[in-house]
Write a protein that binds this ligand. Structure first.
Ligand code: NAP
Length: 171
């Protein structure tokens, strides 16, 4: 089972503002959906705060096993599996026969899994000062970047974006 990460961040690494996404980027939402569903059966792992930020009619993210990380042993939701610690979330995805397991945020959850992923899909949003939550510090010297697509802003996308895939160098 492959474990991957996906995130959108501005030029300073900001990913969230006031408990939600800072931007309206339709192209990024479509790519997120397409990549995380793909053509198999995949899991998405997210923090409880990111789960709370999803609009009710988006829960669970369809066609994917939704796994929510919480330290609260009483947390439950009929639309998601809950995991109390990082290894547990991976075990749940594996036990459900998932082909890929996507770490979808937020910052606390990215931080927990950064050491465990070898591929990160990043949408760079060409703006700054977008929010109050940032992607964790990472030493990118061990990674190589592949630029996939640059998209200009338009009616449905507030900012120019660059979509890149970062692959960890094999040592
Ligand atoms: N730009 C993007 O791509 C992107 C993607 C996702 C989210 N976001 C944004 O990021 C923000 C939320 O990020 P966040 O960092 O504040 O919260 P988060 O990572 O979504 O969730 C944090 C919660 O995860 C649980 N948790 C943390 N560490 C844990 C551990 N070791 N074991 C078990 N559970 C653990 C805790 O839940 P309990 O408190 O229940 O114990 C904690 O409060 C929002 O603004 C959201 O919109 C942006």
């Amino acid at each position: 089972m492959k474990i991957l990460m996906i995130v959108a961040m501005d030029e300073q690494g900001n990913i969230g503002n006031n408990g939600s996404l800072p931007w309206r980027l339709s192209s990024d939402m479509s790519r997120f959906r397409k990549l995380t569903i793909a053509d198999g059966f995949n899991a998405v792992i997210m923090g409880r705060k990111t789960w709370d930020s999803l609009p009710e009619n988006y829960k669970p993210l369809p066609e994917r096993l939704n796994i929510v990380m919480s330290r609260n042993t009483s947390w439950s939701d009929k639309n998601a599996e809950s995991a109390l610690y990082p290894g547990r979330a991976i075990e749940i995805a594996y036990a459900n026969g998932c082909d890929e397991c996507w770490i979808i945020g937020g910052a606390q959850i990215y931080n927990m899994y950064l050491d465990r992923v070898d591929e990160i899909h990043i949408t760079n949003v060409h703006t700054s000062d977008s929010g109050d939550i940032t992607f964790p510090e990472n030493d990118w010297s061990d990674w190589r970047e592949k630029i996939i697509e640059k998209l200009p802003k338009d009616d449905k996308n507030e900012y120019d974006t660059t979509y890149t895939i970062w692959i960890r160098n094999v040592s």
